[in-house]
Design a protein around this ligand. Structure first.
Ligand code: NAP
Length: 202
C-alpha cells in the first residue's frame, strides 16, 4: 500500500494485485481517496501482472515459493522488483531465515526465470511510506544482474520524495540488503524509532 501510494503520487498508473480481486479493489479505493488525481485500480494477481509494465512483488517470504510460479508466464521478459525479506519473529525478536537460493530476491529470480529481477525497497518501512507524503531522507539499495532492470528500478526509487537510489551491485547483494532490514527492525524495537539506510561518502 505504501509503495503503491508513493508511486501513484509520482504520477504512475498503479494496478494492485491480490488473491482476491475484491480485496485489491478495496485497497485501490483506499489509496485513491487519499489525494486528488491518483490512478489506482485493483484486480487478481495474474490479471494485474499480465497488464503491468513493471511488477513489484511484495508478499511474505513464506508465500513466494507457492504463489509466484503461477505468474511466471505473465511476468516473462518484464522487470520484477522484489521487496521481500525472509524473516520471522522468535521471542519477539526478528530472525533471518535461511534461503536455499541465498536471498528472497534470488529465489524470486529462480521462480521467474524469464523475468529480469531486481531487489529494492527492502529497507523502507511501510508505515513511513503510507502515513504521509513527506520526504523520506533515505537511500534505496538496488541490486540486479540485468543492467536495464537495475536502471529502471533506480529511476523508480528516486520518484519517491527524499529517496536516493544506490547501485548495490548484483542480485546476490540482496542477501546483505535483506539482512539490513532485520537489523533495522531490531534497532527500531530497541529505540522505539523508524530507522533507514543512508550511505555516506559516494
Ligand atoms: N511492511 C514493511 O514495512 C516492509 C518493509 C520492507 C520489506 N517488507 C517485505 O515486503 C513483503 C511484504 O510486506 P507486507 O508488510 O506488505 O506483508 P503483508 O501485508 O503480510 O503481505 C502483503 C500481501 O501479500 C499477500 N499474501 C499474504 N499471504 C500470502 C500467501 N500465502 N500467498 C500469496 N499472497 C499472500 C496478501 O495479499 P492478499 O491476501 O490480498 O492476496 C498481503 O496483503 C514482505 O516480504 C516483507 O518482509 C515489508
Amino acid at each position: 500500500m505504501g509503495l503503491a501510494y508513493r508511486f501513484a503520487l509520482a504520477g504512475h498508473e498503479i494496478l494492485i494485485g491480490s488473491r482476491s480481486a475484491s480485496r485489491a479493489e478495496a485497497a485501490a479505493a483506499e489509496i485513491v481517496a487519499r489525494a486528488e488525481g491518483l490512478r489506482v485500480q485493483g484486480g487478481a494477481n495474474e490479471d494485474v501482472a499480465r497488464d503491468g509494465d513493471l511488477i513489484v512483488l511484495s508478499v511474505p517470504y513464506e508465500a513466494q515459493a507457492a504463489s509466484v510460479p503461477a505468474l511466471a508466464d505473465v511476468c516473462a521478459s518484464k522487470v520484477v522488483v522484489v521487496t521481500d525479506v525472509p524473516l520471522e519473529f522468535k521471542n519477539k525478536r526478528p530472525i533471518m531465515l535461511d534461503v536455499p537460493e541465498g536471498s528472497a530476491t534470488e529465489q524470486a529470480q529462480t521462480l521467474l526465470p524469464r523475468s529480469r529481477v531486481a531487489g529494492a525497497f527492502q529497507n523502507l518501512g511501510a508505515k513511513k511510506l503510507w502515513d504521509s507524503d513527506s520526504a523520506l531522507d533515505q537511500d534505496v539499495l538496488v541490486c540486479a544482474d540485468n543492467e536495464e532492470a537495475k536502471r529502471v528500478t533506480m529511476e523508480l526509487a528516486e520518484e519517491i520524495r527524499g529517496v536516493r537510489a544506490v547501485d548495490a551491485g548484483p542480485l546476490a547483494s540482496a542477501r546483505v540488503v535483506e539482512a539490513i532490514t532485520v537489523l533495522l527492525i531490531g534497532i527500531n524495537m530497541r529505540y522505539t524509532s523508524t530507522t533507514g539506510v543512508r550511505i555516506i561518502g559516494i
